[in-house]
Design a protein around this ligand. Structure first.
Ligand SMILES: C[S@@+](CC[C@H](N)C(=O)[O-])C[C@H]1O[C@@H](n2cnc3c(N)ncnc32)[C@H](O)[C@@H]1O
Length: 242
């Protein structure tokens, strides 16, 4: 199984305090963008992908950035709507951040740690993740010889390729059976995205130092959650990447 990871930077999202759940796109520093990214990264129509992680980077202060890691292998109690996801983020940023370099589990499958994109990139590099910077100006993410599968080829795609073992959720966002799903990971691929703003110079430097390659999904900038949806579809369909 290929594990999928996403890292998204929220340049104005607060790292401490409270999220205004009635104004996610305004006074909450575009936290709506991050919530949509979580939704698209983790959820299928009726369940959660079990082969995907997403790490949010809340860089809008005050003080040091905070990272929130949603680990779908053990995540519980998360519902698909933006307000519910934002509610979890809000509870976390009201807590004191753990010590630098530490991840602390806030609730099952939901972790937080101080730091920024460079910390995530270093961790991913140490864990052997192939890191891809998503950039409109790069060569296409897929190989030149890539093709969409035929109906017959699609029938042969395994469940694992189709987003991993899917865990069905009840109305509270909990798995219908509460056992964690263990899958052996053959390799990991991680994608780096920004919110609605450009990466800043220090992020660009970190990306140049750690990313293995850059890939484009098309000639126009689309929203981050749409980019995540396309990546899932390419990988689900077994499209050959460059
Ligand atoms: C709304 S876009 C950000 C646009 C922003 N002006 C920039 O230059 O980064 C959000 C993220 O989605 C990804 N993205 C959007 N469109 C893309 C495309 N056509 N190819 C590759 N990645 C894309 C990029 O990671 C981007 O940082």
């Amino acid at each position: 199984m290929i594990e999928r990871r996403f890292a998204i930077v929220g340049h104005r999202a607060p790292s401490k305090g409270k999220v205004n759940l009635n104004d996610l796109s305004g006074s909450s520093g575009r936290i709506d963008v991050l919530c949509r990214a979580v939704n698209t990264a983790l959820f299928l129509s009726h369940g959660m992908r079990k082969n995907t992680h997403i790490t949010l980077h809340l860089m809008g202060g005050p003080g040091m950035g905070r990272r929130i890691w949603f680990d779908s292998r053990s995540l519980r109690g998360i519902r698909v709507d933006e307000r519910s996801i934002a509610g979890h983020i809000s509870k976390i940023i009201q807590q004191r951040a753990p010590a630098i370099g530490q991840w602390e589990e806030f609730s099952q499958g939901l972790w937080h740690s101080p730091g920024g994109l460079l910390d995530t990139l270093k961790e991913w590099s140490n864990e052997g993740v192939e890191i891809i910077h998503l950039d409109v100006n790069a060569p296409t993410l897929w190989a030149d010889e890539a093709h969409l599968p035929s109906t017959n080829e699609m029938k042969n795609l395994s469940n694992i390729e189709l987003g991993g073992e899917v865990q069905l959720l009840d109305g509270e966002g909990n798995g219908e059976n509460e056992t964690d799903i263990e899958m052996s990971v053959d390799s990991s691929i991680g994608f780096i995205l920004s919110d609605d703003q450009l990466f800043n110079q220090s992020e660009i430097n970190s990306i140049s130092e750690h990313a293995d390659k850059s890939g484009s999904l098309g000639p126009t900038w689309i929203q981050g959650h749409s980019a995540i949806a396309i990546i899932h579809q390419l990988l689900d369909l077994g499209i050959k990447l460059r």
